[in-house]
Design a protein around this ligand. Sequence first.
Ligand SMILES: Nc1ncnc2c1ncn2[C@@H]1O[C@H](COP(=O)(O)OP(=O)(O)OP(=O)(O)O)[C@@H](O)[C@H]1O
Ligand SMILES: [Zn+2]
Ligand SMILES: [Zn+2]
Length: 804
Amino acid sequence: MRVASVIVDVPAMQTDRTFDYLIPEKWKEIIQPGMRVAVPFGPRKVQGFVIKLKNEPEVERLKEIHSLLDLTPVLNEELLQIGYWLTEKTLCFMISALQAMLPAAMRAKYDKEIKLLPTSRLDELEPAVQALMDESTSIQWNEIEKRDLLHVFQKDIKKGFLEVVYHVKNKTNKKTMKQVEPAISSSEIDDVIKTLPVQASKQKEALEYFKTNHAPILIRDLLNILGSTESTIKSLVKKGLLLEKNIEVYRDPYKDKTFQRTVPLPLTNEQEKVISPILASIDDEVHNVYLMYGVTGSGKTEVYMQAIDEVLKRGKEAIVLVPEISLTPQMVNRFKGRFGSQVAVLHSGLGAGEKYDEWRKIHRKEVSVVVGARSAIFAPFENIGIIIIDEEHESSYKQEDNPRYHARDVAIFRGEIHDCPVVLGSATPTLESFARASKNVYELVTLKERVNNRPLPTVEIIDMREELRNGNRSMFSEALYAKLLDRLEKNEQSVLFLNRRGHSSFVMCRDCGYVMNCPHCDISLTYHKSSHQLKCHYCAYETQMPHVCPECNSEHIRFFGTGTQKVEEELAKMIPQARVIRMDVDTTSRKGAHEKLLREFGEGRADILLGTQMIAKGLDFPNVTLVGVLTADTMLHLPDFRSSEKTFQLLTQVSGRAGRHELLGEVVIQTYTPEHYSITLASHHDYDGFYQNEMMIRKLHAYPPFYYLALITVSHPELTRTIDVAEKITTYLRKSLSNKTIILGPVASPIPRINDRYRYQCMIKYKSEQNLNKLLKGILDRYQKEIAQHSLSLSIDLNPYIMM
Ligand SMILES: Nc1ncnc2c1ncn2[C@@H]1O[C@H](COP(=O)(O)OP(=O)(O)OP(=O)(O)O)[C@@H](O)[C@H]1O
Ligand SMILES: [Zn+2]
Ligand SMILES: [Zn+2]
């Protein structure tokens, strides 16, 4: 092949296509699609991805590829295909799609080195490679390039003897450790031991060790075994009896942990029923989407693991997505405990280098299970047997920057390609998914009972208005206070949950619970402190903040919000003897803090765990018998059509933390709106009731799953231009889209100015618009000049989750 089509790293409309480059003679045999190259682009050199190889140049004179960044493709054919699909589905640039699929470390500047893998021997290598690598286990890329030997090295890379390692220039350098091995034979060791003086007992011990274990070992591990110091080993190295080497180790954050190995549990009848269609799909290699609706503690995770077991037995691979916050040690422990070193873990808590190391394990096929957050859906596996999305209702599966993809969509797309099942699991499925299951687009499988028939906890709703009337102005109701004391006495643990999302933004009457809603949208108004006004983020309605409650004339109407710190202080006053662990953004920002606090709680070193969203899911502590929700309302009044759904999900998840084992559980929900259906139905564990109710409301207001949404946000430094563009776009859409489609706006965005740029938005609600994506691309095209000059920005979100 003579020509490579390259997507260059210049994210702009005009460059969102391939550019052809001539392949220099020496790289003809080397270059493949999915590799990165550096190419001249205008006066600069830029990075790019080779997408295709061709024989005939389409243009007369082509520039040559400047250099190679990879010797094996970092993106395989399937991922390139997904890249194109992402550009269509999310209207992003191809370069953004391609980069989103790689670990961040590969986007930075780096040095490259080619390294002998620990499993291979020098004498297996090509002679030219051997000659260069003699005496060392790695060599700098430039050295090879200078000698024009890349093609020879590529052969050994393909055979799996060598690999390319990227060293990111800022601090994520590879981690090396010292290893020693005997430099002499076992019988020689025996002779040496006899000649050593009596005082050298430690040295003798070390040599004794190598006599029976004639193999390399990390110095750290050796010292642990022998209980001796590094100087002992050093003197043996000096004497030439041991050989010391620096070897690279993966930065595996779980390395020092031992995981208790677990074996598959005999499944309950319900679990059997749920797993059998999934196993059939695995067996028949058919793509099917299963919605696994299972109450909290019903053993979904056990079902996932046994399905994965089947996949691994067939030599295939598994992707498990878990929401970021539930990548708690508990979840990682369970997968590592079952599948050991076959598991790679990918999440944002890892440093760039650690993530890159985990990614390499996948790329090199050293693991066959990946457990990770959203972007793990792009794991470069080639033989996927199952994809699982746990807690499928979590909004963190939607990426909020370009490419604005939803991991569920990518999962289903990959599932189709690999002819494998996709399992969406949740105790509170999204309305979208449950509706699809009701229409048999997905197959519904249900776990109605907790394992061992543990009952779901009883839930008591406390009306905080009533408390106030009775003179209780604290954050704790009488009932919750009494129950906390009771647990303390019994030596049982409690979890207190404070929902901080959306705090202090809505306005409510503390006497009657009345919340200020928009008359046109049935969504709560947001309080704007600066202007002392209430605004609707959907239709631009606004009104003055009232001085008295419009419903009951009380003066106790105010905006709302409390923080975990305040709760902690109040707890300390009210129950000074309780030991409290507070978990929020502040106490968990340090690496490993999250894990440490949970471990302490698990070991019973605290009576109460107080926290935000991050304690809502995944926790499984046998001694927790009480869960308290301090204010169930905060989320309810967010200017978001999903606020009831989110409230129901959260209350169900939090309640699910209580009474999962022998001890019975109890839940107390404090609220100012005890009659709201999301709260009453959550207290009865009534998902079906909630689904019916919420579907009616969505239908009435033309929201998903009855309509699709698209959100266009226009921003510009000048207000008049912002409005002008927003209006033109809206008018154009009104003209071009079907009259069944609803177009709202243009209105100022909920955050009307960011970074001195004004923001206006337009919302499209549609059922079917064949040409919508083309139309929207056309709009981007129309404004591309202004966008390129950075004065204008147009963001288009097909399927928005954040309306700000
Ligand atoms: N077949 C089984 N036999 C015995 N114990 C089981 C079985 N399946 C699961 N368990 C145990 O029951 C508990 C709850 O299971 P698991 O955590 O898998 O439920 P889940 O549905 O994933 O929970 P949640 O969604 O609330 O996090 C766990 O401690 C698990 O080890
Ligand atoms: Zn009132
Ligand atoms: Zn409104």
